[in-house]
Design a protein around this ligand. Structure first.
Ligand code: UT7
Length: 326
């Protein structure tokens, strides 16, 4: 049975920046509150004519290039987003066309901010069964297009980005060692953005009245997140027969440094084993983990042979963790 190796990674961050001073100019907030409560200093914002598939396409090309492959080598593209350009076609089909991945099947999916871990787990199944060899997992979101800029409790949190990875079948490399994904639908109303459903109660919650904007019960999500990330990481480690001493780096979903801080405490590991970039980008939904992975590799924090944990939580509510040898 082949193993699943990360062959290459890529990221794209839009140029425009909203710093905390800018946020102060549009809502009743301040740098001190945002920094102390979230750790965020800046978030990047897609241009008015720049959408999810535009960002996804660039990250995808970079990941394929980084893997030393050609677009024709890709057998499957799975793309996660909560801000699609269209309901149909899927974003994965648009990207397939943009990059010329003519041999790839293409699927969109959504487990919100947990989606990169979900994508790795799905790719791992296709690879281990021999169904596909090279799978491109893309996470991309233009969340700022769905942010309610009248709601200070959410608008300071989110930014835009795309991250991608090519996963490949490898008989020698240990690759994905253990993983889990999960969902708790009782929390389905904790983070919402509406599509066609007419849901007056949900619309009422939105200060702007725009139903597609993001609404969140921040405290409830925070409580869920700490336990979900810490316990999920620990379970996959146990499943792999490893301990945190074997792990070089934990890459968590980057929603709020307080969530990460509490989760790290619950895992019983030191802060220097955890990669954080949320100061620069804020919460970019599913893109957080693959962008962080790409940056950790760029910065030399992870080398081939190192064992790492990727762990996320998100709307749904969902969670997932994977331990792998890079
Ligand atoms: O990716 C997955 C989804 N996202 C998350 O994981 C986010 C999870 N939640 C969080 O990160 C935190 O709950 C927040 C950062 C959203 C909020 O932090 P908190 O410590 O839970 O604050 P809070 O909602 O309890 O609000 C405390 C106070 C309130 O004022 P009062 O009622 O005490 O007078 C809020 O109105 O802070 C106020 N507040 C703000 N003040 C200044 C809320 N947002 C702001 C703001 N600036 N931007």
């Amino acid at each position: 049975m082949p193993n699943t190796k990360i062959a290459g990674v890529g990221k794209y961050i839009p140029e425009k920046v909203y710093d905390n001073a800018y946020m102060e100019s549009i809502v009743d907030t301040n740098d001190e509150w945002i920094t102390r409560r979230t750790g965020i200093k800046e978030r990047h914002v897609s241009a008015d004519d720049e959408y999810t598939t535009d960002m996804a396409t660039i990250a995808a090309k970079r990941a394929i290039d980084n893997a030393g492959m050609q677009p024709e080598d890709i057998d499957l593209i799975i793309l996660a987003t909560v801000t699609p350009d269209y309901f149909s076609p899927s974003c994965a089909c648009v990207v397939q066309n943009n990059i010329g991945a003519v041999n790839a099947a293409a699927i969109d999916y959504n487990t919100a901010c947990s989606s990169f871990v979900t994508g790795v787990v799905m790719a791992d199944q296709f690879i281990k069964t021999g169904f596909y060899k090279n799978i491109l997992v893309i996470c991309a979101d233009a969340l700022t297009k769905a942010v309610d800029y009248k709601d200070r409790a959410t608008c300071v949190l989110f930014g835009d980005a795309a991250g991608a990875a090519v996963l490949t079948a490898d008989d020698e490399h240990p690759g994905v060692l253990a993983a889990e994904i999960g969902a708790d639908g009782t929390g389905c109303k904790a983070i919402t953005s509406l599509a066609f459903r007419n849901d007056p109660e949900e619309i009422e919650k939105r200060i702007s009245g725009r139903k597609e904007t993001i609404w969140m019960a921040g405290q409830a999500v925070m409580k869920f997140a700490v336990k979900a990330m810490a316990d999920s990481s620990t379970r996959v480690l146990e499943k792999a027969g490893l301990t945190y001493d074997d792990i070089k780096l934990v890459i968590p979903h980057q929603a709020n440094y307080r969530i990460v801080e509490s989760a790290v405490k619950r895992m019983g590991i030191s802060d220097d084993k955890v990669f954080l970039h949320l100061e620069k980008y804020g919460n970019t939904s599913a893109s957080c983990i693959p962008v962080a992975l790409a940056e950790a590799i760029e910065e030399g924090l992870i080398e081939r042979g190192d064992k790492i944990i990727l762990v996320g939580f998100g709307g749904g509510l969902t969670w997932g963790a994977v331990v792998l040898e890079f």
